[in-house]
Design a protein around this ligand. Sequence first.
Ligand SMILES: O=C(O)CC[C@@H](O)C(=O)O
Ligand SMILES: [Zn+2]
Length: 466
Amino acid sequence: MAQLDPAILEALAAIVGETRVLTDESSCEQYGLDWTRFYTPAPSAVLLPGSIEEVQAIVRLAADQNLAIVPSGGRTGLSAGAVAANGELVLALDRLNTLSDFNLVDRTVRCGAGVITEQLQQFAEEQGLYYPVDFASAGSSQIGGNISTNAGGIKVIKHGMTRDWVAGLKLVTGTGELLDLNRGLMKNNAGYDLRQLAIGAEGTLGVVVEATMSLTRTPENLAVLVLGAPDMQAIMHVLTAFQAEIELSAFEFFSEIALEKVVAHQDLQRPFETVCDYYALIEFEQPNDAAMEKAMALFEHCVEQGWVYDGTVSQSLSQAQNLWRLREDISETITPWTPYKNDISTVISRVPEFLAEVEAVVNQNYPDFEIVWFGHIGDGNVHLNILKPEGLPIDEFKAQCGEVSTWVFEIVQRYGGSVSAEHGVGLLKKEYLEYSRSALEIEIMKGIKQVFDPKGIMNPGKIFDA
Ligand SMILES: O=C(O)CC[C@@H](O)C(=O)O
Ligand SMILES: [Zn+2]
């Protein structure tokens, strides 16, 4: 553990209270790492402020003493955006976890940065409303982290990403000043939208301390359909056919290998016996029988066209939930294989050729690698996971995956795609940022950081080296 000057520790304790400054090994390990397992946590201390004023006082002290800060939420990120591996102060927002000022007319609620995603979803439900941003880690991810990474998830096709639900944002800048951005307004064209700049900035512009989140109408009776298809092109035909007729709230996909692993390791059944190369999971509202009739007619049409070999539809909420688990449990299921992960995107229509090129380059060079494909096909965002072959030492695997990254990102660049569709850049993807962003864009980003954080103390080394 990096050592802090005792006088600084004392000053920090004077701000947050002695018991809120943690320097023991287990706290440093816990708070210094996110779900990216490739780094060794080494913060100098973990701080648990209880108010915005305390956050400001910490940041002022850090700016004065040139101490780096890593803002920390639920640490469920997969790009090492919340990793403290260089003696930073971890500023954990857990205690800013209140929901207040619910407004039914505006359909907004004020959230402390430490509010858990599921807490917001449940709160919305209690008000007869809905918070639609959802993903497998909703039980532990926090709103501040979701905002800082612009979390996406499984309903983006209909509801967009976190940035679409932030009506107001409070940000403590790198100098400890508090910005109150957009204040819940629906319309506000009075100059640059600094709120949107801070969203997805991965804590490099400041600490997100509070947000006014928008809520929406509760969907009526969501139905889930899982279909098996012969190839990715067929999946795209299915997407086009369904989207032409029905407003979908999700269109996800996974490969047969992904399904095999989930069924073998979770308490779940295959959706149907027919084995297909790829599966689509489609979700839509079913307020009346006509909606399901339309979906069934589309299903039959897809079978007639040869795009679909088999399918099943949920008849109850619990069946819908189990079908969802076939997709949502993939990431956790494959964790024991210490997978090499990629979270890449291109425009939706080019996904099949994009995926085929990536797969070909991996197969050609590493025929022993097992590739698990899944993701948000309706958004053009695919998750490429390569499982570590048994017996291959982790360091060798990592080195080989380094080569894979270069090939994959060259393909991403050729397709005008993104090296990080939803997980963010963090430490993990920063050396590849130039495959998605021009030198001028990166220079402008650095300039913006300089304005918000002149001392360069806010999550340094994440996204880019300033
Ligand atoms: O583990 C992954 O690669 C993706 C995790 C998550 O974004 C998902 O869509 O399940
Ligand atoms: Zn995802």
